[in-house]
Design a binder for this molecule. Structure first.
Ligand SMILES: [Zn+2]
Length: 316
C-alpha cells in the first residue's frame, strides 16, 4: 500500500551535516545517519514525502539557511528522476501518473523569514507550499507550545495569515500553543493541517491535539498527520506500532476518517516506535491498520486523505 508522509526533517540533518546524502546509502554509516533515504522510501512504497525546512535552535535563524535548505532539496533530492517536485496540482498528478515520489517543501517555523513579506513571497516562488508558524518556542508570528507565556498570534502573525491566504500558502498548526491554535482557527478561511501531532485524549502531551482542536480541523476540512514520535504516542517504555491505533480510533470517533494522514517526523527524532524506525518499515503500519480496520480505511489513512487534500488545496 502506498504511503504519503507529510513530515520529515531530512533537510535539516543535511543542512547541518553536509556529508549526508539520501540517495547514497554508503554515506549513511557515520555518527549522524539519515532515517529517510530513497532506498527506504522505495522499500516502504512511498508515493509522497513532505520535506520540512527546520532551523536548529542553536544556529542562526535567518533567510540564509532557509535558502540553503531549498537548494539542498532541489540539488540533492528533486533533481533525482525518482522524485517529482510538487508545487501545484498538475505536478502531483504527474508524479502519480509517472510512479515518482511526489516531493513537497514545507517550512517548520516562520523564524527564518524575519517578518519580511518579500522573503515570504520569495520562498513561496521557490516552492514552499506549507508553513508552520512556529517550532516549540516563540517566533515573530506566534508562540510555540513550550513558550512559557503561552501567547497566541502577534499582530504580524495575523498579517501573515492574511498574506498566506492571498498567496495560496497552507498553514500548519503542529507546535502552536492552544491559544495560537484557536486564534488561527478563528482567523483562517482555509483548511489547516496538523502535519505531525497525535491526540491528547490518548497521550496527554502538549504537542498533541485536544478533541475540540481535532473537531475544528475536521470542520475546516483540514488534515491531521499521525506522528511516530514515541512519547507523543504512549508513555510506555517500548512503544509499538499497535499503540498508534487508539489515536486513529479517537480521531475517527470525532468524525475524522477522511482527515487522518501520516506525518512520521523521521529525521526529527532519535527514539523510535518498535517496528517503525524508518520509511522502509512503513509496511508494518500498513499491515496493522488494514488488519484492524480493513483496506478501504487503510488506503485513506496511508495516502488518499493526504492526496485529496493537496489536489484540492494546492494552486492549479
Ligand atoms: Zn516538528
Amino acid at each position: 500500500m502506498a504511503i504519503a508522509d507529510f513530515h520529515c526533517d531530512v533537510l535539516s540533518k543535511m543542512l547541518y551535516h553536509s556529508e549526508l546524502n539520501p540517495l547514497d546509502a554508503s554515506v549513511n554509516k557515520g555518527a549522524v545517519t539519515l532515517d529517510v533515504t530513497l532506498d527506504r522510501q522505495k522499500m516502504g512504497h512511498y508515493m509522497l514525502q513532505a520535506y520540512a525546512i527546520y532551523l536548529s535552535e542553536s544556529k542562526p535563524k535567518n533567510i540564509y539557511p532557509v535558502l540553503r535548505s531549498i537548494d539542498l532539496f532541489r540539488e540533492k533530492i528533486a533533481s533525482c528522476p525518482d522524485y517529482k517536485m510538487v508545487v501545484c496540482r498538475d505536478d502531483l498528478q504527474q508524479a502519480v501518473a509517472q510512479g515518482k515520489i511526489a516531493a513537497l517543501i514545507t517550512l517548520e517555523g516562520a523564524d527564518g523569514l524575519e517578518g519580511d513579506w518579500a522573503l515570504l513571497r520569495t520562498v513561496y516562488e521557490l516552492g514552499v507550499r506549507i508553513l508552520g508558524l512556529t517550532w516549540n518556542y516563540a517566533s515573530w508570528a506566534a508562540d510555540g507550545v513550550l513558550e512559557p507565556r503561552q501567547g497566541g498570534l502577534t499582530a504580524k502573525g495575523r498579517e501573515l495569515v492574511r498574506i498566506s491566504k492571498e498567496l495560496g500558502l497552507l498553514l500548519d498548526v503542529s507546535h502552536l500553543t492552544d491559544t495560537a491554535f484557536w486564534e488561527l482557527a478563528e482567523l483562517t478561511e482555509r483548511p489547516l493541517i496538523a502535519s505531525h501531532s497525535n491526540t491528547r485524549a490518548v497521550c496527554p502531551h502538549p504537542r498533541n491535539l485536544t478533541d475540540d482542536q481535532i473537531r475544528a480541523l475536521i470542520a475546516l476540512d483540514g488534515r491531521i498527520g499521525l506522528t511516530y514520535v514515541p512519547y507523543f504516542v504512549s508513555d510506555k517504555n517500548k512503544v509499538e506500532v499497535e499503540d498508534l491505533l487508539p489515536h486513529i480510533e479517537r480521531i475517527c470517533s470525532l468524525g475524522g476518517e477522511n482527515h487522518l494522514m501520516l506525518g512520521s517526523d523521521f529525521d526529527g527524532i532519535d527514539v523510535y516506535i518498535d517496528g517503525l524506525r524508518h520509511p522502509g518499515e512503513a509496511g508494518n503500519l500498513a499491515v496493522a491498520v488494514e488488519k484492524a480496520y480493513g483496506k478501504t480505511f487503510a488506503d485513506k489513512l496511508l495516502n488518499e486523505n493526504a492526496m485529496s487534500f493537496l489536489l484540492k488545496n494546492l494552486p492549479e
